[in-house]
Design a protein around this ligand. Structure first.
Ligand code: SF4
Length: 113
Protein backbone atom coordinates (compact mmCIF):
# COMPACT_ATOMS: atom_id res chain seq x y z
CA UNK A 1 0.00 0.00 0.00
CA UNK A 2 1.33 3.41 -0.95
CA UNK A 3 2.01 6.07 1.64
CA UNK A 4 -0.76 8.33 0.24
CA UNK A 5 -3.30 5.55 0.69
CA UNK A 6 -2.01 4.72 4.17
CA UNK A 7 -2.28 8.38 5.14
CA UNK A 8 -5.85 8.61 3.82
CA UNK A 9 -6.81 5.43 5.69
CA UNK A 10 -5.29 6.84 8.88
CA UNK A 11 -7.28 10.07 8.48
CA UNK A 12 -10.46 8.05 7.81
CA UNK A 13 -9.91 6.11 11.05
CA UNK A 14 -10.44 9.36 12.97
CA UNK A 15 -14.14 10.03 12.46
CA UNK A 16 -13.94 13.48 14.11
CA UNK A 17 -10.75 14.37 12.25
CA UNK A 18 -7.12 14.26 13.24
CA UNK A 19 -4.68 17.09 13.87
CA UNK A 20 -1.91 17.22 11.30
CA UNK A 21 0.54 17.68 14.19
CA UNK A 22 -0.49 14.24 15.46
CA UNK A 23 -0.90 12.53 12.10
CA UNK A 24 2.76 12.52 11.16
CA UNK A 25 3.72 11.14 14.56
CA UNK A 26 1.10 8.40 14.32
CA UNK A 27 2.35 7.53 10.84
CA UNK A 28 5.98 7.66 11.95
CA UNK A 29 6.96 9.92 9.05
CA UNK A 30 8.50 13.38 9.18
CA UNK A 31 6.23 16.43 9.23
CA UNK A 32 7.38 17.75 5.82
CA UNK A 33 6.60 14.48 4.08
CA UNK A 34 3.24 14.38 5.86
CA UNK A 35 2.50 17.93 4.72
CA UNK A 36 3.29 17.03 1.08
CA UNK A 37 0.99 13.99 1.19
CA UNK A 38 -1.81 15.96 2.85
CA UNK A 39 -1.53 18.69 0.20
CA UNK A 40 -1.89 16.03 -2.51
CA UNK A 41 -4.92 14.48 -0.77
CA UNK A 42 -6.53 17.93 -0.54
CA UNK A 43 -5.80 18.61 -4.22
CA UNK A 44 -7.42 15.25 -5.08
CA UNK A 45 -10.51 16.28 -3.03
CA UNK A 46 -10.11 13.34 -0.65
CA UNK A 47 -9.37 15.38 2.48
CA UNK A 48 -10.39 18.78 3.84
CA UNK A 49 -8.26 20.90 6.16
CA UNK A 50 -9.39 23.44 8.76
CA UNK A 51 -7.21 25.72 10.87
CA UNK A 52 -7.11 24.50 14.46
CA UNK A 53 -5.20 24.77 17.73
CA UNK A 54 -3.86 21.73 19.57
CA UNK A 55 -2.01 22.03 22.87
CA UNK A 56 -1.76 25.78 22.33
CA UNK A 57 -0.08 25.43 18.92
CA UNK A 58 -1.60 26.21 15.54
CA UNK A 59 -2.14 23.22 13.33
CA UNK A 60 -4.77 21.81 10.99
CA UNK A 61 -7.66 19.48 11.60
CA UNK A 62 -7.87 16.96 8.77
CA UNK A 63 -11.03 15.10 7.83
CA UNK A 64 -11.75 12.69 5.03
CA UNK A 65 -14.29 13.99 2.54
CA UNK A 66 -16.35 10.78 3.03
CA UNK A 67 -16.84 11.62 6.72
CA UNK A 68 -17.76 15.18 5.86
CA UNK A 69 -20.46 13.96 3.45
CA UNK A 70 -21.80 11.60 6.12
CA UNK A 71 -22.06 14.43 8.62
CA UNK A 72 -23.87 16.62 6.04
CA UNK A 73 -26.39 13.81 5.59
CA UNK A 74 -27.01 13.95 9.35
CA UNK A 75 -28.02 17.59 8.94
CA UNK A 76 -30.78 16.80 6.46
CA UNK A 77 -34.39 15.89 7.16
CA UNK A 78 -35.47 14.86 3.66
CA UNK A 79 -34.49 17.89 1.64
CA UNK A 80 -34.67 20.33 4.57
CA UNK A 81 -31.36 21.39 6.08
CA UNK A 82 -30.98 21.71 9.85
CA UNK A 83 -31.76 25.27 11.00
CA UNK A 84 -28.75 25.07 13.32
CA UNK A 85 -26.29 24.94 10.40
CA UNK A 86 -24.87 28.44 10.23
CA UNK A 87 -27.37 29.80 12.77
CA UNK A 88 -26.19 32.88 14.67
CA UNK A 89 -29.24 33.32 16.89
CA UNK A 90 -28.87 33.30 20.66
CA UNK A 91 -29.25 29.57 21.16
CA UNK A 92 -31.74 28.01 23.51
CA UNK A 93 -32.52 24.70 21.80
CA UNK A 94 -35.32 23.80 24.21
CA UNK A 95 -37.19 27.01 23.22
CA UNK A 96 -36.26 27.19 19.54
CA UNK A 97 -39.25 27.04 17.15
CA UNK A 98 -36.98 26.55 14.11
CA UNK A 99 -35.39 23.48 15.66
CA UNK A 100 -38.76 22.13 16.87
CA UNK A 101 -40.23 22.50 13.35
CA UNK A 102 -37.23 20.72 11.81
CA UNK A 103 -37.45 17.83 14.30
CA UNK A 104 -41.19 17.55 13.63
CA UNK A 105 -40.44 17.37 9.90
CA UNK A 106 -37.87 14.61 10.62
CA UNK A 107 -40.41 12.65 12.69
CA UNK A 108 -43.05 13.02 9.95
CA UNK A 109 -40.57 11.70 7.38
CA UNK A 110 -39.90 8.62 9.53
CA UNK A 111 -43.66 8.03 9.96
CA UNK A 112 -44.12 8.13 6.17
CA UNK A 113 -41.43 5.49 5.54
S1 SF4 B 1 -31.42 25.51 18.24
FE1 SF4 B 1 -32.31 27.26 17.19
S2 SF4 B 1 -31.18 29.02 17.91
FE2 SF4 B 1 -29.99 27.21 18.39
S3 SF4 B 1 -28.59 26.94 16.69
FE3 SF4 B 1 -30.40 25.68 16.25
S4 SF4 B 1 -31.73 27.03 15.06
FE4 SF4 B 1 -30.22 28.33 16.01
Amino acid sequence: MELDELTLNTIRKHKDGVFQSELWKEMEIDSRKCSRIVTKLITDNLVIRESAVSNGARTYLLKSVDDTKASYDDLLAGDVFSPCAGCRDACQPELCDKLSDWILHLVNLEDES
